[in-house]
Design a protein around this ligand. Structure first.
Ligand code: ACO
Length: 430
């Protein structure tokens, strides 16, 4: 059988271009358009790159129609049920699940890199007391290059690996520092006898003068689940940014900082925060859930239900299915704003039974539940995206590592359709 290909015909000139089609392990094929310019003199036009595969990747696969998410081939449901965040980190970084010895060594390596250079505290002192934690995270991660300039040779595989370990290990410490600076409380050093998620909660909520902060087990479990579910999501905006920044040979800390900046946008990492803002606005206005749903269905009103629908997942978001039960368990156990949580549950139930949403395949997405969980845990709204960034760092750095081993990688340089002024002459005074 002939190798798969597609032929594009230029109807004006009658010329043809045959383009090879590549198929991966799963998913749709991709036509290689690299020869198109030479053959027909055209570029392709694809705003937002929604129809463009920018690379070959063996890390994560998503099938939006089936509601499937695989990390290195393993279904997210199985990883969420049986694995741990650090094991998922190993899997994403190295491609295979670790043996018991490999896991113990990896755990040890990450645990022994959790502290940050004391100089980073001075760096924090330069931020305004009320700086947004994402602004501090973005700046501090970029600044790590100035602390580790002796080991950021991107052509050295050992340097690349140690950087990946450092980032995964130090992210919770830096994230918690961002919060502590915002609160004006002393920084908490990491404690290497507790697990990754628990350590982060300790550094967030503990204070040196009080007795040791002991998070509830459900809280640790819920955070661990949120981190596993957010660890990677293939070529999304922030991951593609990390790759694009990395394609110029930029140092890895600068690339991850670029990813954090991209995640900060409300269309990407800010969705769970938007869920809570929406619930607050409903509560403050005294509107009923029925009238809120009616507004969301009204085409003359731009209001949409935050936390419902997804660009890729059209049947269900597998992450939402997993996190839903955890959300219900946590809300049943935790105190906090129970009236608002009840309102959220009423909204969830009514939307799931409403024809408008069922017909359009609009289901609660992962952010609907993660927003509620983080709120129930007492995490402030401006830390939601920081936690997302902390969880996604392993995905970003795995893609950055993969890119540096890809023989086809080139500097990212899209084309454009120029629509500005036609060539004209500068008016020289006669
Ligand atoms: N509330 C009410 N109606 C909605 C919603 C919603 N949340 N989402 C989509 N619709 C309706 C649209 O009005 C449209 O209706 P129509 O066919 O009658 O015109 C139909 O559903 C399809 O909507 P699209 O915008 O074409 O769907 P798309 O796939 O482009 O959008 C998106 C997906 C952006 C996520 C959308 O569902 C939305 O805005 N959701 C709310 C924001 C949100 O929760 N974002 C987080 C997504 S998860 C993540 O990014 C990590």
């Amino acid at each position: 059988m002939a190798d798969p290909s597609v032929t594009i015909v230029d109807k004006q000139t009658g010329r043809e271009a045959e383009l090879p089609v590549y198929t991966g392990t799963h998913g749709k094929g991709a036509a290689d358009v690299r020869g198109l310019e030479n053959k027909l003199g055209y570029f392709t036009y694809d705003p937002g790159y929604a129809s463009t595969a920018s690379c070959r990747s063996a890390i994560t696969f998503i099938d939006g129609d089936k509601g499937e998410l695989l990390y290195r081939g393993y279904p997210i449901e199985q990883l969420a049920g049986h694995s741990s965040y650090l094991e998922v980190c190993y899997l994403l970084l190295y491609g295979e699940l670790p043996s018991a010895k490999e896991m113990a060594d990896f755990d040890d390596t990450i645990t022994n890199h959790t502290m940050v250079n004391e100089g980073i505290k001075d760096f924090f002192a330069g931020f305004r007391y009320d700086a947004h934690p994402m602004a501090m995270l973005c700046g501090t991660v970029g600044a790590l290059a100035s602390f580790y300039h002796d080991s950021i040779d991107i052509n050295n595989p050992e340097h690349r690996e140690i950087t990946a370990h450092r980032l995964i290990a130090k992210m919770p410490t830096i994230a918690a520092y961002c919060y502590k600076h915002y609160l004006g409380q002393p920084f908490m050093y990491p404690k290497n006898t507790v697990g990754y998620a628990e350590n982060f909660l300790r550094m967030m909520f503990g204070v040196p003068s009080n007795k040791e902060f002991q998070p509830r087990e459900t809280m640790v479990k819920a955070l661990e689940l949120i981190m596993i579910l957010h660890a990677d999501h293939e070529q999304n905006a922030s991951t593609s940014t990390v790759r694009l920044a990395g394609s110029s040979g930029a140092n890895p800390f600068a690339c991850i900082s670029a990813g954090i900046a991209t995640l900060w946008g409300p269309a990407h990492g800010g969705a769970n925060e938007a869920v809570i803002h929406m619930l607050d606005a409903i509560a403050d206005s005294g509107a009923s859930i029925d009238s809120t749903i009616a507004r969301a269905k009204d085409k003359s009103d731009s209001f949409r239900l935050m936390g419902f629908g997804h660009r890729v997942y059209k049947n269900f978001d597998p992450r939402a299915t997993l996190i839903r039960q955890m959300c219900h368990d946590l809300l049943a156990e935790m105190d906090g704003d129970t009236a608002k949580f009840q309102m959220a549950m009423e909204l969830e139930q009514k939307v799931l039974a409403d024809d408008y949403f069922v017909e359009r395949r609009l289901y609660p997405n992962v952010d609907f539940y993660s927003g509620l969980i983080l709120r129930a845990m007492g995490i402030p709204l401006n830390m939601f995206t920081v936690i997302f960034a902390m969880s996604r760092t392993v995905g970003w750095i795995s893609h950055w590592l993969e890119m540096h081993q890809d023989p086809e990688y080139r500097i990212g340089r899209p084309q454009q359709v120029y629509t500005g002024a036609a060539r004209r002459d500068y008016p020289v005074a006669k």
